[in-house]
Design a protein around this ligand. Structure first.
Ligand code: BGC
Ligand code: CA
Length: 578
């Protein structure tokens, strides 16, 4: 069974062998020694434009829709919006196949709408980070049209071609292709082109200096408009060994080892930093961070002048269909923390548009525990060291889609894998179970604004079905309820913003072997907070060794939070140590 993309991009190999660097107990962080940056102190809210709010009734979310919800976005207390791609695209992969990097996708609106959105965000003190999708373009991009037209076209070398008279190229695994073959034969010039993702996403050739110049100019175009950052999509795969050596059989099970951080990747990033990033007050985040914490460090070590923060998958990949072990969870987050304690910076997240819903995967989406567990997870994400990323809808505790027919799904990866499984005679009911839990579409159903038709997302027919639970789970109902997931989210966001210790403070894991609860302290300049989280649906005791008589309860996800070391189901409490 082929694994999902992000399970596969997981960073497992040598992690355990690496000794935590510079995690010093003796020198707790101090405010004066901090290298303070706005992007370290920010909370990022991710918007999936296609599913956020439709303004013109065509069933597809759009920029005007986002503009109409700016006050809601502001009310969350977040500082940065990260928008998934909004550039012109034939939408083979919902915008991750860009056909014009300097224009807005027709479904989403116009450049005027974009300018209004940017201004609307900035007027409210919110920054905007854009997706930068340059490992590949769309096959409908003018560069690719030129490139495939003849072997001598000046754009030929913008992509990777393998002439067929050399025989078949060495196998390369494709994540989204129906056959998982990353080489696609094109009879027009009797050659194969490379696509790590779908056939409609040919990989750009970063060895070509013209490609790099085009990309850097395009980045300047957006930075000159005043955007505040770039999220580098799949960029860890951008550099390739273009002699295309054979890889060992079965390499696709560990393809990240062969695809990530190859060749001159760091050189390209240093050039990007010199040409673009260093010239603007923008943040940059690497999606995927190689195969080891060392790889991740090398992307974001400030002395190397590459990117600002890593976005690594090991944490998000822990949750599987059958659940996950909290001990494993604690070990992974503690290890990543310790290797970044002194240098570099991490993103903290458990969900995005490529994963199933936060509460369905990491919490408990049953009616009894959905709210408590969603709030508990928010508490975790807002109290770790690193920049928190929160995916739209998770602040309401939105749940998985509940689709059980293949016709309900829209995602290219899910649909192509369905065809692939069929072609190899796989047990399709097993596949349906798998995607019910894992498909990326789980997180892509329309945002649930209210209890009216289609959850108030559209007056038309939504491009993907609304989750049936929208009549009870929606923003409007949650606004009115002081104890809703939404209102707790606002509270815990504000709590993080008010406590610099949660951004920079030293993290220390307590009660390490407790399989039910996660407890840690954060400490900065003499201020010490204790966070206690119950990850189970039962009462659970913690054994932190801290005298609870010497603590003061500050905030919790229950109406009357616990003031001692026993937590109720999915309870989260933060104390100050006196
Ligand atoms: C994005 C996916 C996308 C893929 C190809 C990923 O990293 O997050 O949504 O399908 O890159 O661009
Ligand atoms: Ca629309």
């Amino acid at each position: 069974m082929t694994k999902r993309i992000f399970q596969a991009i997981v960073i497992i190999t040598v992690l355990g062998m690496i000794t935590p660097r510079g995690y010093s107990q003796e020198h707790p962080a101090s405010k004066d020694s901090l290298n303070r940056k706005w992007w370290k102190e920010a909370i990022v809210y991710q918007i999936y434009p296609r599913s956020f709010k439709d303004n013109n009734g065509d069933g597809i979310g759009d920029l005007k829709g986002i503009i109409s919800k700016l006050d809601y976005i502001k009310s969350l207390g977040i500082d940065v919006v990260w928008l998934n791609p909004i550039y012109s695209s034939p939408n083979d992969d919902n915008g991750y196949d860009v056909s014009d990097y300097r224009n807005i996708m027709k479904d989403f609106g116009t450049m005027d709408d974009f300018d209004a959105l940017l201004k609307g965000l900035h007027d409210r003190g919110i920054k905007l980070v854009m997706d930068l999708v340059v490992n590949h373009s769309s096959d409908e991009h003018e560069w690719f049209k030129q490139s495939r037209s003849s072997r001598t076209n000046p754009y030929r070398d913008y992509y990777h071609w393998w002439n067929a008279e050399q025989g078949k190229p060495p196998y390369r695994y494709s994540l989204f292709d129906v056959n998982h073959d990353a080489w696609r034969y094109d009879s027009l010039t009797n050659a194969y082109y490379l696509h790590y993702f779908s056939r409609k996403q040919p990989d750009l050739n970063w060895e070509n200096p013209k490609v790099r110049t085009e990309v850097f100019d395009m980045m300047k175009f957006w930075a000159d408009k005043g955007i505040d950052g770039f999220r580098l999509d799949a960029f860890q795969f951008a550099a390739k060994d273009t002699t295309f050596p054979g890889f060992p059989p079965g390499f696709e099970k560990h393809f990240s080892k062969y695809y990530a951080m190859q060749g001159n990747l760091h050189g390209y990033l240093q050039e990007m930093n010199k040409e673009v990033l260093s010239k603007y007050n923008v943040m940059s985040v690497a999606e995927g961070a190689g195969n080891t914490p060392e790889d991740a460090h090398n992307l974001v070590d400030a002395d190397r002048h590459e990117l600002n923060m890593a976005y690594a998958f090991e944490g998000v990949d822990i949750a599987k269909r059958g659940g996950y072990s909290l001990l494993h969870f604690k070990e992974v987050f503690s290890r990543w923390h310790s290797t970044f304690a002194e240098k570099g910076w991490l993103s903290i997240f458990l969900a995005n548009h490529d994963q199933a819903r936060l509460v369905s995967r990491f919490g408990n989406d049953s009616p009894q525990f959905r709210e408590a567990s969603a709030k508990m997870l928010a508490t975790f994400l807002m109290t770790m060291r690193g920049t928190p990323y929160y995916y739209n809808g998770d602040e309401l505790g939105m749940t998985n889609a509940g689709f059980d027919k293949i016709g309900d799904f829209r995602d290219v990866q899910t649909l192509n894998e369905y065809k692939h499984q069929q072609s190899i005679g796989a047990d399709m009911s097993k596949y349906m179970h798998q995607i019910a839990f894992e498909s990326r579409d789980n997180a892509r159903t329309p945002f649930q604004w209210d209890g009216t038709a289609n959850a108030g997302f559209t007056t038309g027919t939504p491009w993907i079905q609304v989750n049936k639970n929208y009549t009870s789970i929606n923003a409007s109902a949650e606004e009115k309820d002081p104890n809703s997931v939404l209102n707790y989210f606002r509270k815990i966001v504000k709590f993080r913003k008010d406590n610099l210790v949660l951004v920079y403070g030293k993290y220390k894991l307590l009660d390490k072997d407790n399989p039910d609860t996660y407890s840690y302290t954060r400490e900065l300049d003499g201020k010490k907070l204790l966070v206690m989280l119950n990850f189970t649906n039962k009462n659970a005791a913690t054994h932190t060794g801290i005298d609870m008589g010497k603590t003061k309860m500050l905030i919790g996800n229950y109406e009357h939070p616990s003031d001692n070391d026993t937590l109720r189901a999915y309870e989260a409490v933060i104390f100050e140590l006196k």
